[in-house]
Design a protein. Structure first.
Length: 567
């Protein structure tokens, strides 16, 4: 495992650097002592855990300081947007426990104001229509050390610019024929100031406004102005927008004054080992069928994490542990796994499931007899009580729990060795049966009637304890064991096609898993269980009364805690 990063530092009041900045602004009385944050997702994909880090800050800071938080969809590109994404984003934010109340907005709400502001800037000589191709414009931008070249259309007359802009919006020109650019400074050291594009032509109907608009604002022009129109005081975003901040301030000052002006603050984005966070790459995985959809449990999407069995509290705990800083870091997926494991350890009901069954026959146990054994629902919380589990002559145990010729420190079942069946009896292996190919099909043992768990004098110690399920009452289910999506720790840093780095063993489906009847009778999609000695599993939404499906959330082995003990 790569070197463990230190957790983000907070001050003595438990505030991270963003919260410290907000607190200082409030104490200084800026914006009338008002706090209004916003979360502005683009409705062109599903949210992932990196977005969760962002909106946990947006909504969390508003809660901490008594402010409000808006949800605003940045719907400025109808070519990539869909109502499916809008509803999914709302659902994911609610699942994590946040609500925007009556503060649901869309950038498209402000299209009329933005269009009028653009025309005002044209009239004031601050914007012009450029008829060059995107390639020509890019070639004239220059480099960070060399100034750009002015467009031949930069000094076009104001009235001509206004006329062309209106005609662009009427649909008289084809996409790419011309754009509206801000007239700022082609020699500025900040490349974003070199006459950035404000509007482009898009003739795809908008999912909210239909064919009303044929021109759509660029992010840098629409974002700050939308913040201003909504009364946003703190625009919190990730570090890649640091170079954009001067342009954000440039545009927003076309509207703002000393009494109220939005402020942009940046923090490090969430990068996670063994996965990718690029929305473009995630979309490729979905469209090419390399995963089973946006909610595939291997995906870092919030809906994927939810389906896999991650909980809101575990995700929030993980975000709190990694914190918010001003430097980029690669966060370890082991810490995320540690957070969900800690949470489920407190809440998940313990049950018996045999993933790779082989039959164990107790030759001295009465045929036809059934006993009910008491099992703790959760030893971490005894208030959750117990449930009963049938015990019989024939049981299923894990094939891996038996070895005919074991090494010295193998403490599970082997010939002539005793083990305890969890919550039941001590048994001793007396023989086995193989098929024609040499595979073990049955294991034989005797049980000690005086060793039943919970009885006086039955606490005789043996080194191994096995989980089991009674054959006559076992219910067969499907289990999907998920592992990390990529086979390398940092796929984004690798050369070549990222799809070649996918883990071929990221999903293993087992359709012959046996579970106890008590569990089978109460399965409900989304419920969490700990399969004894196997890991934490969650009931999949595909489950029906006749086809029960479990997803593996996480194993029992805590590699993060092990690494932390070394420090």
């Amino acid at each position: 495992m790569a070197e463990i990063q230190e957790e983000a530092i907070v001050n003595e009041n438990g505030l991270n650097f963003i919260e410290q900045e907000i607190k200082a602004d409030l104490e200084a009385g800026k914006n009338g002592g008002r706090l209004n944050t916003r979360f502005p997702p683009e409705p062109n994909g599903y949210l992932h855990i990196g977005h969760a880090k962002a909106f946990i800050m947006d909504f969390g800071a508003a809660e901490k300081f008594g402010g409000t938080c808006n949800l605003r969809f940045d719907d400025t590109n109808p070519q990539k947007e869909d109502t499916e994404y809008v509803e999914a984003i709302k659902r994911d934010i609610h699942w994590l426990g946040y609500d925007w109340g009556d503060r649901l907005y869309y950038a498209s709400d402000y299209f009329p104001q933005l269009f009028e502001l653009a025309k005002r800037m044209i009239r004031e000589g601050k914007a012009y229509i450029d008829e060059q191709t995107s390639e020509e414009i890019a070639a004239q931008k220059g480099t960070p050390t060399e100034p750009g070249i002015n467009s031949p259309y930069r000094d076009r007359p104001v009235e001509e610019n206004l006329d062309l802009f209106e005609r662009m919006n009427k649909g008289e020109f084809e996409e790419g024929a011309m754009v509206l650019r801000a007239k700022i400074d082609m020699a500025n050291s900040n490349m974003h100031f070199r006459d950035p594009i404000m509007y482009r032509i898009i003739k795809t109907p908008h999912w909210r406004t239909g064919d009303t608009w044929k021109v759509y604002p660029m992010y840098d022009f629409a974002h700050g102005q939308s913040d201003y129109f909504e009364g946003v005081t703190h625009s919190i975003c990730t570090l890649e927008f640091v170079p954009h901040r001067p342009l954000y301030e440039y545009f927003v000052k076309e509207l703002a004054d000393e009494s109220y002006c939005p402020r942009q603050i940046e923090f490090n984005r969430l990068n996670l080992t063994y996965t990718v966070m690029s929305k473009r790459k995630l979309l490729q995985l979905v469209k090419e069928g390399l995963v089973a959809g946006w909610d595939d449990p291997r995906m870092p999407t919030i809906c994927g994490l939810r389906r896999r069995g991650y909980t809101p509290s575990s995700i929030k705990d993980f975000i709190n542990r990694i914190g918010y800083t001003k430097y980029e870091a690669l966060n370890h997926i082991e810490l995320l796994e540690h957070s969900v494991r800690e949470d489920l350890n407190k809440t998940a009901t313990r049950v018996s499931a045999v993933r790779n069954p082989v039959k164990l026959i107790l030759t001295n146990y009465p045929e036809g007899q059934t006993e009910m054994m008491e099992m703790d629902n959760n030893p971490e919380n005894l208030a959750e009580g117990k449930h009963q589990m049938p015990f019989s002559r024939e049981l299923w145990i894990e094939r891996e729990d038996f070895m005919e010729n074991p090494p010295k420190k193998f403490f599970r079942m082997s010939p002539d060795k005793e083990v305890r069946l969890k919550g039941a009896y001590i048994v001793k292996c007396t023989g086995l049966k193989k098929d024609e190919e040499g595979n073990i099909v049955e294991i034989y043992a005797t049980y000690d009637p005086e060793s039943r768990s919970g009885l006086p004098g039955a606490d005789r110690k043996v080194k191994g304890t096995l989980h089991w399920v009674s054959v006559p009452t076992a219910v067969q289910v499907e289990v999907r064991d998920y592992d990390r999506l990529f086979a390398v720790e940092n796929p984004s840093a690798e050369e070549g096609d990222f799809r070649d780095l996918l883990n071929p063993d990221s999903l293993i489906v087992s359709k012959n898993v046996m579970i106890e009847p008590w569990l089978a009778e109460r399965v409900k999609a989304g419920d969490h269980y700990q399969f004894q000695r196997l890991g934490y599993y969650t009931v999949d939404p595909d489950t029906t009364p006749d086809h029960i499906v479990f997803n593996k959330t996480i194993g029992l082995k805590d590699t993060w805690a092990k690494e932390m003990k070394k420090l």
